[in-house]
Design a protein around this ligand. Sequence first.
Ligand code: SF4
Length: 395
Amino acid sequence: MATLGIYIQVPFCASKCSFCNFSSRVERRAIYDDYAGALEREIARWPGIASEQGIPANFLLLPVDSVYMGGGTPTLLGAERLWGIVHALRERIRPGADVEFTMETTPGSADVDFLHSLLAMGVNRLSIGAQTFDNRELQAVGRLHSASDTVALMENAHAAGFRNLSLDLIAGLPYQTHESFRHSLEQTVKLRPQHVSLYLFEADEKSRLGREVVHGGGRYHADTVPSDDFMADEYEFGREFLASEGYAQYEISNFALSGFESRHNIKYWQLAPYLGLGAGAHSFDGTRRWSNRVDVQDYLAHGDGRRSPVEACQILSTEEQVEEFFFLGLRQACGVDLNLARERWGAGCLERWADKLAQLWREGLLICEGECMRLPPKAYVLSNEIFQEFVATPA
Ligand code: SF4
């Protein structure tokens, strides 16, 4: 039976990390009440918003099996505002028997009482932005916490009763060396989180550090950012290290102990429906993608309970859906099952992809096992280039 995921975007952070290319920002606290109120109103009037956008109302009747609050640092809103949002959700959604409820947080932003409040409101998974266990690297990218804050949060969360914890790490931070990266991995597995995300720093123009890497400058330590070859080597090292510690890689950036794969993120890669709420949040119902206004003031101005926060809505053609089936599905270690594509879009839906798939297979960038196709692990570092092939394939 189909299920629904809910994503709630809280785009506020205590400080802006130099490597961050998300739309989150530092805001005065006075805005938190307005934002939480706008979120509650968006949740309450969602059926009306759906009908305005031509989205079938039964979308919201699906049982919800995952809720993910991310951003940003949603825990900045504090327990009272989060409770308000959770109450509004409970009024509106149909919870499944077992809901994975993830809250993103940063070390130093959640004390023991607050962790108990999160558990009481149903949060059962924390995604913790550790990034590195090297204090020099943390300082260089503008993080407000130290490595010992990460250890303290993990210990407190465990003592409070959390049994599903995820840590984020980044390869390619300023000043990072093989030794410091290995130290971060060793500290991570010592804390025994159930899940680890391992990202590569992206030198794109959406972050201050990325801009400095591209254009030069000395403010964000761009001259100490390791090379692409270093990142590729450390990613390989990290994959092998985590595997040797029992963390199975189930997606290009994600590793988990058995049974602790992120239910919510799997929805994105398997084209399952999810509803995004809040500024800039994206949604998908199986054939349509829509997104809310990104600018917080714009979102708030449309959060008065009368206007729609939705800014853009697109119905995907069959070709676009199959394109997404490949470039999202191939992110997973298990790859894609072509039979599922034929069941969903018809027997002929794969014809236009046959040459592309055969070429990737000949180049050793695709493994074919019966009707399943997946990337070989050695191709993970090239995945962005491979996915471009799917997006760029002409009709
Ligand atoms: S805490 Fe997370 S979302 Fe906020 S600026 Fe840092 S990396 Fe970005």
